[in-house]
Write a protein of this length. Structure first.
Length: 395
């Protein structure tokens, strides 16, 4: 299972974070056990059972999206609901002729990929989306391009050739003032990924990808949401909304002296906050504990949990924090934008939840030496706060 510890082990742990992350590409041959992660059968089942429209499911060739009508037909039921139905023969023909298949956000509909994405999120401290890519020919699906986010690629089946050119503009962003120029010359790396290989690629690195090894290719790409200095400044402004200097009206029609005084007051507030040496740590804790995670209902329990040991629950926010307060005899769980204070006797149960592994109420009760009724009440509070969900009803 690709949980946080497993990802850390495969990518190099603290060494990866300190020397490679955001800096340079890295190829890790045969480090991933892909058994049970995602298969051709999984892809067939999802396409057959889900109503997927572009861009969620799309075909691309030579950097252009294939029009939907070339491989699907509109289908309408008796209630006048219309969706696009894949025509397998036309679908196959497009793929055979060089189109690549992309399925976005597969972590939302495939549990094993969802667990892997969650584990990578815990390791890297940022939201992760997983896409599936499938190709059959040496024809490029997307052309040479760069992404505005870092990626971790896991080769599942067959082989895929990756040619890498590095960056032509340092740290390009989605909303940027200029676009990176096309790279010149030969690629700085020419890699062929085989099943179990993992590739890390920072944002902004130009790359072209082909299935030119004589076999069909299936791989997962985990994309990480970037956090830039601009994001930090937006967070700083949010923290300063309590400041009078930032609440005052801009003196648009005031004198130059009034406008200068206004700017000076704002500058002082921002400068004072920016002198905090732990500012990045405060920001990181804030984005971790306010992330809403993955919304999961807890049916059929709409009015609290029954005190039953078999009911299985899970924390659905991968980056919650637990803060002991010994002087007060309490512990604070911060997750999903809310903070709860519990007696410190609940700390072992809360710590178990923070692993993000599914666990039963009975296991939580045993870990903390609490009555099952007390644990059910505690978890019900967290369910109401959208931080925990029932993932096994045991009915």
């Amino acid at each position: 299972m690709l949980d946080a510890a497993s990802w850390a082990g495969r990518l190099g742990g603290d060494t990866f974070l300190a020397q490679t992350y955001h800096r340079s590409y890295a190829h890790f041959p045969r480090v991933a056990d892909t058994a049970g992660l995602f298969s051709w059968d999984d892809l067939n089942r999802i396409i057959a059972t889900q109503r997927l429209e572009p861009p969620r499911l799309r075909l691309s060739v030579d950097g252009e999206m294939v029009p939907l009508h070339r491989y699907a037909i509109p289908t309408t039921n008796r209630r006048a609901v219309t969706w696009s139905r894949i025509q397998p023969s036309d679908f196959h023909a497009q793929l055979r002729d060089g189109a690549s298949l992309v399925l976005d956000a597969v972590e939302k509909i495939h549990p094993a990929v969802g667990t892997a994405a969650e584990g990578l999120e815990r390791f890297l401290g940022t939201s992760v989306q997983a896409n599936v890519y499938a190709s059959w020919t040496e024809r490029e699906g997307f052309g040479r391009h760069w992404d505005d986010h870092d990626v971790v690629v896991v080769q599942l089946h067959g082989s895929k050739r990756w040619r890498l050119w590095g960056t032509t503009r340092e740290a390009p962003t989605f909303r940027d003032v200029e676009s990176p120029e096309e790279p010149e010359g030969e690629p700085m790396a020419d890699l062929v990924l085989s099943p179990g290989d993992v590739l890390y690629l920072p944002r902004g690195w130009w790359h072209s990808v082909t299935a030119d090894q004589g076999t069909e290719s299936l791989h997962l790409t985990f994309g990480m949401v970037p956090h830039t200095g601009a994001d930090l400044m937006l967070w700083v402004v949010d923290q300063l909304r309590a400041s009078l200097a930032l609440r005052r009206d801009i003196p648009r029609f005031g004198s130059l002296g009034e406008q200068s005084d206004f700017i000076d007051a704002v500058r002082r507030e921002v400068a004072e906050m920016m002198t905090d040496p732990r500012l990045v740590e405060r920001w990181a804790e804030s984005i971790d504990t306010t992330d809403l995670g993955h919304a999961i209902p807890s049916l059929p329990y709409v009015d609290g949990l029954p005190a039953r040991r078999e009911v299985m629950v899970k924390l659905i926010t991968p980056r919650g924090h637990l803060t002991p307060k010994p002087a007060e005899g309490t512990v604070t769980l911060s997750a999903a934008g809310t903070a709860w204070d519990f007696a410190d006797s609940a700390a072992p149960a809360l710590g178990t939840l923070l692993t993000n592994r599914p666990t039963t109420l009975g296991e939580l009760a045993d870990s903390a030496g609490l009555e099952i009724k007390k644990v059910a009440e505690l978890v019900s509070v967290l369910i109401d706060g959208h931080a925990v969900a029932v993932v096994g009803t045991a009915l």
